[in-house]
Design a protein around this ligand. Sequence first.
Ligand code: OFO
Length: 168
Amino acid sequence: MAMRISNKILEGLIKQANRELSASADYLSMSLWFADRELPGSAAWCRAHSEEERNHGLKIFDHITKRRAKGALVQPIDHAAKFNFGQPVDVWKFALANEQTNSSAILSLVKQARDENDFVTENFMQWYVQEQLEEETAVMEILENAKRVAETNGLYVAYDTQIVTKPH
Ligand code: OFO
């Protein structure tokens, strides 16, 4: 039966959906941080990415519903303490670390699905595996450029105008 799902996998999917919503909230805060510093390109990129992360979370909740599994809820997360950045490069470092942590969580869930012979979940999660590769690559590129700007005493404000055009 394709719909059957173990409690452990269900719990993992609910946690992952909430991680995606948490990533969405983080990118929104990053966007506000950039907006406060008159850096609209970086703010726009993070705002658009916040929407993407929200959709990733919703996609998991929809998958849970499709399998008629019960108990999914949005779990509140405390973000307040994390946003203490000095420079733009700190924000991008934070974004990359978050993406890497999220990738690890996704890979663990895929492993668990494989161990349980839950091919439906494994197949569903493959989209996220690929997406994480793209996102880590995109954020790493922005971070590396931001570092170079800082090291060469370049103007981040000039680099900022290019960030809106970068992939997600
Ligand atoms: Fe949901 O893709 Fe990044 O974290």
